[in-house]
Design a protein around this ligand. Sequence first.
Ligand code: CMP
Length: 157
Amino acid sequence: MKMQKTAVLVKPDGLQRGLIGEIISRFERKGLKLVGLKMVSMTDAMLSEWYAEHRAKSFFGELKEFMGSMPIVAMAWEGVDAIPVVRKLVGTTLGREAEAGSIRGDFGMSQQLNLIHASSNEADAKREIDIVFNVDELFEYSGAMECVVYAEEERVG
Ligand code: CMP
C-alpha cells in the first residue's frame, strides 16, 4: 500500500473520439485525485524519450508520428497504489480483448489505436510525468473526499 502518482495520456484517437470527459470522470469516480492536467503537442524528442523501450520495434516511427500528429491530453493522478489501479481501469493493450468495464474494453477495438496510455511502474511514472509536466504544473492539495475514500490507516505516504 503506497501513495503513488501515475501518468495518463489520452492519445489522438481518444481526443478525436470525444472521450476526454468520460475518461476523467472514470478516474474521479474511482476516488483518484487529479494533480496535473494539460493539453500538449508531443515533440519527436519527447516521444523518443517516452517510447524509448520500443525504439527497436518496427512500429516505432509510425507510433511517434501518430502520437505527434495532434495534441494529446496529459494527466497526473494520485492515490494509494494509483499505478496498478489506473492500469486496471484502462484495461489490456488490445482493445478487442480488453475486459468489459475497462476504458479500452468499453471503447476500443484496436491495438495501435488503444485510446490511452497509463504508466507501468514507479520508475516509468516518474520519467513520464517529468517528460510532460513542469514542476509548477503539478499540484498538492488536500482532497476533500479522502476521508470517505480511504480508511484512516490507508491514508499513507
Ligand atoms: P501502449 O502500450 O500505451 O504503448 C506502446 C504503444 O505502441 C501501444 O500502447 C500502442 O498504441 C502502440 N502499438 C502497439 N503495437 C503496435 C503495432 N503493432 N503497431 C503500431 N503501434 C503499436
